[in-house]
Design a protein around this ligand. Structure first.
Ligand code: 4AD
Ligand code: MG
Length: 456
């Protein structure tokens, strides 16, 4: 039976591991030959740190030794003893070695540091790097913590469809799903007998379930065919979309703030080794930034107030500031990083720049929208209270140039037992960026999809 390296390096009870003979399996990170012995670093991805293993001369067969190199996969059997070195508390004295697979000289992950761009070109091997291993473990922690947060609050997890016939956000950035030959536009002959797309959001379907089960959330892949080449956009990303019935924008704000704080708290508790690594090598001051967010109440501000602040800021923005404009990342980051120096919840945006489903405010100019902006990222969450009044919803659909028939079922949720309800969407990769300090969104998802790239 194999023992995971994290169970050796971070044992709940050191007594149980010291002096024991165990087997560990993993990949060799480094190999140092000394006069009478060889030092190996073996890693199995269970934690950041590798286990140091010592092969004394004569303890294993020489012909085996020649096959060992960085990247080789092995099983090591040996005794766990206290380590005289500073870097680790325990090490292994190897008594037996089994080689699963050798790794020739051209193994790309030799000791030297590689750029993240280069590592994207070997996305099948990059999970073996320190950074990608740490990202994967934090990502896992955040996914699990997401379920924990909503389950504890009594939200039910709902699976909404991946293939849809409607554009929830009205942005038109849709990937078409079809079985027609290229050029054939006769959708009556298509698989679903109607044009279909990969979903840009599970919200509309989520609302149907919230208007039955009260509190639900979705957590799934989301697709947007925007030609964005930024460090904040992917063509395929994951979104978490809670939806609450009998709820207003204030409930939405409270839920979003508590959610982000819970995510930080959980990661600090469960991935301290990885967070320390990010703080040291990826973003100096990360830990302090996260602790600050965890302990300060978020700023609440209307869009109109934000515009006034931006106008008074005397900053040179590439997009000039004017009421009615859509905020760009530069404006969002100024507000959260420079002006407020903490996360900001912006509300009540002009109706023209937001989706049709958002609830019209009494001023008839703005809607009950909510964006959560955080330092480093800008918009991490977008949401709103939903328009629950059938007549107004239908007016908005028509005003925005959509067909009422296409949203018939959605309107019916208002016809039969309508309720005030609200929800939001968290960009999961932006959350992982926020928590790890990673600069580029392409480096926080295992196999990134973005314009021109769907390899692996
Ligand atoms: O603001 P968005 O477009 O909102 C919605 O889709 C709503 N239906 C959510 C809801 O109310 N249920 O997207 C939500 C979040 C954004 O704040 C952002 O974090 C992330 O999804 N996001 C992206 N992340 C990566 N790549 C992209 N191309 C993204 N587009 C949006
Ligand atoms: Mg948005």
């Amino acid at each position: 039976m194999r023992t995971k390296i994290n169970a050796i390096l971070f044992p709940s009870n050191p007594e149980e591991i010291l002096g024991k003979t165990v087997t560990v399996c993993g990949w060799l990170k480094t190999l140092r030959n000394q006069k009478n012995c060889t030092f190996l670093e073996i890693n199995d991805g269970s934690c950041l740190q590798s286990l140091q293993a010592i092969l004394e001369e004569g303890s294993i067969d020489l012909s085996q030794m020649e096959k060992l190199s960085t990247g080789a996969s092995v099983a090591l059997e040996g005794k766990i003893v206290p380590s005289p070195g500073h870097n680790q508390s325990y090490e292994m004295q190897v008594t037996h070695i089994h080689i699963y697979g050798t790794s020739p000289q051209d193994y790309p992950l030799q000791k030297k540091r590689h750029s993240f761009e280069f590592l994207r070109s070997i996305a099948h091997l990059r999970p073996r790097t320190n950074t990608q291993g740490a990202v994967a473990r934090v990502r896992n922690c955040l996914a699990f913590a997401t379920h924990e947060f909503f389950q504890r609050r009594g939200f039910y997890y709902v699976h909404t469809p991946i293939i849809t016939a409607s554009d929830c956000e009205g942005g038109g950035a849709l990937f078409r799903v079809t079985t027609l030959e290229p050029g054939n536009k006769d959708f009556t002959k298509d698989f679903f007998q109607t044009p279909t797309y990969l979903t840009v959001s599970g919200q509309l379907n989520g609302e149907a379930f919230a208007c039955a089960l009260s509190d639900i959330y979705t957590f799934g892949p989301t697709f947007r065919a925007e030609n964005s080449h930024t460090s904040r956009h992917l063509a395929e990303f994951w979104m978490i979309e809670p939806e609450m019935a009998f709820a207003t924008l204030n409930d939405n704000k409270e839920c979003a703030e508590s959610y982000l704080k819970f995510m930080i708290q959980k990661t600090l508790r469960q991935c301290p080794e990885d967070i320390k690594f990010f703080d040291q090598f990826i973003e100096k001051g990360l830990l302090a930034r996260l602790e600050h967010v965890l302990t300060t109440p978020f700023e609440h501000m209307s869009y109109t107030k934000a515009i006034a602040i931006l106008e008074k800021s005397h900053q040179k923005f590439s997009y000039p500031v004017k009421w009615g404009m859509d905020l760009q990342s530069e404006h969002e980051r100024y507000l959260t990083e420079e002006h407020c120096k903490k996360p900001v919840i912006l509300t009540d945006y002009p109706k023209e720049i937001k989706a049709f489903y958002m609830r019209l405010n009494d001023d008839h100019k703005t809607v009950a929208a909510m964006d959560v902006l955080v330092p480093k990222i800008g918009e991490i969450i977008g949401g709103s209270q939903r328009e629950e009044r059938e007549e107004i919803l239908e007016q908005r659909i028509v005003q925005l140039g959509f067909k009422k028939e296409d949203y018939g079922w959605y309107s019916e949720l208002r016809k039969y037992g309508t309720v005030p309800h609200a929800g939001f969407g968290v960009g999961f990769e932006r959350l992982v960026q926020f928590i790890t300090g990673m600069e580029n969104i392409r480096d926080v998802i295992p196999f990134p999809r973005y314009p021109g790239h769907a390899d692996f």
